[in-house]
Ligand binder design. Structure first.
Ligand SMILES: Nc1ncnc2c1ncn2[C@@H]1O[C@H](COP(=O)(O)OP(=O)(O)OP(=O)(O)O)[C@@H](O)[C@H]1O
Ligand SMILES: [Mg+2]
Length: 476
């Protein structure tokens, strides 16, 4: 069936995957948003502080230069000390450049840097000289530069190099916190989604079980608790089951009644046709007509009897007459009784049986099973072929096997062979009603056994009946 080829993923697994994917996407978005906001607000705070410090520093520089008309030597140190008080992060570098953009002096946290080994962002200094405040960042530091303008003439550049280690530290801390929170949240979501998936899937599993039972014609009444839709579905399924059960019961009752009604007239017809056989001797045409009448009556009687057997097996008032019996003997007897018929059709029966195999079951009904299976093997074999019957036993089971080399069953019909009235396409020339195997299966299953058919068209068929050895027998 086509649904077998579709996804085999269970609903519960799907739900858990959906929950997890949604959570992970949600966590990624939240993580990204928090990280970006922390970076953005951190940077803008740093920027505000730097602008504030730069404005006051520029004022101080201008005043000093105004009075001394050159860059006094200690101006950078003063600024470094002053800014050091106001900016929290350590290792701030304060630098001054002259109008040729040459570095005049550089102080790091109030200490003069004798050699100017610290990185200089020349482009940034150039941009500041020709414009306004400007800054660049290399990830570790932010280089904030501003022009020193006196009497509308730019006479140099003032620069603060501000380390970003504090901000980076906060960012990496935030990332760790987010990661840990994310992992804990995911674990929580996994547990929650398992729980939710279980609650959601539980009533659906019950429905699937009930639907399987219905497919086996076991129409139980169901009332599944769960969400509204599930209750509706279970209600509809239950109604459908009830209706189908009623229909099946009516159909069985009808078949049972009809077969009952047919038995009496059939017995009468058979009686008259038997009587006619003697009466028409000598008249060839009439002999043939009566022969056919007799044959067809027998066939009809067999069919009616099989139908009655099935409807009795279906009805609850048919009891199995269980008892311990010797299956080896039963198989031998049935084979003996059928050998004559097989010989008439030029087929031989070979029987291999383990001695003294006992089972607990209904001997009469079991004999019916063996007859039906051997009857098929003979009926669907070709002349001069051999049918092999074997009965053996292992630790747990008794195994009866009937093997022929006859016409076989087409592969696409194998699964329908146990259906009532079903006959394979290649057997239409043989007489039969298609009830024999249905009866056999019903009886075998009532003995907690199983019946299987392996077959290949034009090669032959193997019917295997497996019966578990009952505990009671093992104790004996
Ligand atoms: N040994 C076999 N070899 C080939 N086909 C078989 C064999 N056994 C069963 N079949 C196929 O299975 C079908 C069903 O078998 P089943 O015994 O139920 O019915 P039947 O033999 O046709 O009629 P009856 O009710 O008289 O037994 C047969 O019609 C035949 O197509
Ligand atoms: Mg049959």
């Amino acid at each position: 069936m086509s649904y077998r080829n579709k996804s085999k993923m269970k609903l519960g697994t799907k739900l858990i995957l959906y929950y997890l994917t949604t959570t992970l996407i949600f966590l990624l978005i939240i993580g990204f948003a928090v990280n970006t906001s922390v970076r953005y607000f951190g940077m803008s705070t740093v920027e505000d502080q730097l602008i504030e410090q730069t404005i006051s520093s520029l004022d101080y520089i201008k005043q000093t230069i105004y009075f001394q008309s050159k860059f006094p030597d200690n101006i950078t140190l003063d600024l470094s000390n002053e800014i050091g008080k106001n900016l929290s992060a350590g290792n701030r570098i304060i630098r001054l450049y002259d109008e040729n953009l040459n570095l005049i002096s550089s102080y790091i946290d109030g200490i003069r840097q004798s050699s100017f080994e610290t990185k200089i962002m020349e482009n940034n200094i150039g941009n500041a000289f020709s414009g306004n405040y400007t800054y660049v960042s290399d990830g570790d530091n932010i280089y904030f530069a501003a022009p020193i303008i006196l009497n509308e003439k730019t006479i140099g550049v003032f620069e603060i190099v501000y380390p970003l280690n504090l901000l980076n530290h906060i960012l990496s801390k935030t990332t760790v916190v987010l990661l840990v929170a994310g992992i804990l949240f995911s674990i929580f979501i996994i547990i929650l989604s398992f729980y939710l998936a279980r609650i959601t899937v539980k009533p659906i599993k019950k429905l699937v079980y009930i639907a399987h039972q219905y497919a086996k014609q076991n129409f139980k009444h169901i009332d599944i608790e769960g969400p509204y839709e599930i209750q509706q579905l279970s209600g509809s399924l239950s109604k459908m089951g009830q209706k189908t059960q009623e229909y099946v019961n009516r159909q069985k009752q009808f078949v049972s009644n009809v077969s009952h009604e047919l038995r009496t007239p059939l017995t009468a017809i058979k009686g008259y046709s038997d009587f006619l056989i003697d009466e028409v001797k000598g008249n060839e045409d009439l002999e043939t007509a009566v022969y056919h009448l007799n044959n067809e009556t027998e066939r009809l009687t067999k069919m009616v009897n099989e139908l009655l057997t099935l409807s009795r097996l279906d009805s609850e008032d048919e009891y199995y007459n269980m008892g311990k019996f010797n299956l080896t003997n039963l198989v031998k007897n049935v084979v003996d009784s059928m050998t004559m018929r097989a010989t008439l059709e030029s087929i031989s029966l070979e029987c291999f049986v383990d001695e003294k195999i006992y089972i607990i079951g209904d001997r009469e009904k079991f004999s019916q099973v063996i007859i039906n299976v051997i009857d098929n093997a003979i009926k669907y074999s070709l002349e001069l072929q051999i049918v092999k019957i074997s009965l053996l036993k292992d630790d747990n089971n008794v195994i009866l096997e009937v093997k022929d080399r006859g016409i076989g069953i087409p592969e696409n019909e194998l699964d329908k062979i146990f259906h009532r009235f079903y006959r394979a396409q290649n057997t239409k020339s043989n007489k039969g009603t298609g009830l024999g195997l249905a009866i056999a299966k019903e009886i075998v299953e009532a003995h907690k056994g199983s019946i299987e058919i392996k077959s290949e068209q034009e090669s032959g068929t193997i019917v295997t009946i497996i019966l578990p050895i009952s505990k009671q027998l093992l104790q004996d």
